[in-house]
Ligand binder design. Structure first.
Ligand code: GDD
Length: 378
């Protein structure tokens, strides 16, 4: 694989947010020597990528998606990666969780690859999290609903499995080849990282929609367009000059090195993606007093894909709800300047923010495996 990592970045304290790189070759032949001649290109041989895949747990959050789409997503995840599917799908009137389980069982039987498939509202799963992150549990003692909650669960499970990094791919992606590209980018990002605290975020090449009977290759999604603006205005305020460097405000596809994931205070629901950027700026941006040690550098690597992002369209009401939550997460931050918050009012409260799991007791992954599908060795 040949990928560019442009040196241009904006810097806020220890946080460096890099201009989006791009893919030159998805699959390259040769050994790594020729890469050294080109400073902002990384060349990753198949062997290097395969080793990097083994350090990665891929978390797939899912809520009532089509079986065929899930099947495609699983088939796109490179073989070496561990896979954890966290489901919030309904049990009634149709048991969609059980339908997913059949897809997972077939995949495991055909490939011999272990996959952990668990339900977010499972009591056994909740009891495993009770000791490490009781904040995740509701008054019934079950894990709260929400995509951000599933992402935090996934990061803690990946940590318990000993992975070097956790990556996320949505379960509603129609194009398995795109999923494959995302995970290759994740591995390339972590394998080329210059810091233990690195996050890779996917910037879609386009998000096609059917419009007037034709395909329109929109550059940005309806939510990302606004959340990028809010984040860039916040950043511009502290830089003292305008920037448009953030192109991945709502990037659901992302990878986080474990050292960084454990320090992040994940936002719940659809605040997760914008919340990560805000939290890094709060904790490591030098604007307000840090909570703990500040790493030398925290790198945010954005990469533009070569594949379009083709996913299930859930309608305008869904998108506007999500957009509100992701913006409220930014404007509720103590570092958000008043003029930015006033320019982007929302009608919803910011989602809950969870504590970092770095100093919490390790999760009992074996306990969770009792209800999941198969043998991922902790
Ligand atoms: N486990 C779990 N729990 N999964 C969920 C939940 C939940 O409560 N809600 C949604 N999901 C799953 C969906 O099934 C899908 O696989 C993925 O999370 C993304 O959710 P969508 O509802 O499809 O979001 P989107 O694709 O329209 O939204 C985009 O913006 C969001 C907000 O920033 C994507 O980039 C999302 O990944 C992103 O979170």
């Amino acid at each position: 694989m040949r990928i560019t990592f442009p040196p241009a970045h904006e810097r806020l304290g220890a946080v460096r947010i890099y201009e989006a790189g791009r893919i030159i070759e998805l699959d390259s032949a040769g050994d790594s020597c020729d890469a050294d001649a080109q400073p902002d290109h990384a060349f990753l041989s198949s062997e290097v990528l395969e080793m990097a895949h083994r350090d990665l747990t891929i978390v797939v959050p899912i809520k009532n998606e089509r079986r065929s789409t899930l099947r495609g997503v699983l088939s796109g995840i490179p073989g070496g990666c561990k896979v954890v599917i966290i489901s919030a799908s309904e049990h009634a009137p149709i048991d969609r969780f059980q339908l997913e389980r059949e897809v997972v069982d077939d995949f495991v039987a055909a490939t011999g690859r272990p996959v952990l498939h668990l339900h977010q509202r499972d009591a056994v799963v909740a009891s495993a999290f009770e000791a490490s992150m009781p904040e995740l549990c509701d008054e019934r003692g079950l894990i709260r609903q929400g995509k951000g909650e599933a992402m935090l669960m996934g990061a803690m499970i990946a940590s318990g499995l000993g992975s070097r990094a956790v990556g996320y791919v949505d379960a509603d992606n129609y194009v398995p080849g795109a999923v494959n590209e995302y995970v290759r980018i994740f591995s390339a990002t972590i394998a080329s990282a210059r810091s233990d605290s690195t996050m890779g975020r996917i910037s879609w090449q386009s998000k096609p929609k059917v419009q007037d009977g034709g395909l329109v290759f929109n550059r940005w999604g309806r939510s990302t367009t606004v959340s990028n603006r809010v984040l860039n205005e916040l950043l511009s305020h502290y830089l003292g000059e305008g920037t448009r460097i953030i192109t991945t405000g709502n990037a659901g596809e992302q990878v986080i090195s474990m050292a960084l994931a454990a320090r992040l205070r994940f936002s719940g629901s659809f605040g997760a993606e914008t919340g990560q950027l805000v939290d890094m700026m709060e904790q490591f941006g030098g604007i307000i007093q840090p909570i703990g040690d500040v790493p030398d550098r925290v790198d945010v690597i954005q990469t533009e894909t070569i594949n379009p992002h083709f996913h299930e369209d859930k309608g305008e009401a869904h998108v506007s709800g999500m957009r509100e939550l992701s913006i409220a997460t930014i404007t509720a931050s103590p570092i958000c300047p008043r003029h930015v918050a006033e320019a982007f009012p929302t009608s919803v409260a910011a989602p809950v923010r969870y504590p970092a799991f770095a100093d919490r007791p390790a999760l009992d992954v074996e306990h969770i495996q009792k209800v999941g599908v198969t043998g991922l060795d902790p």
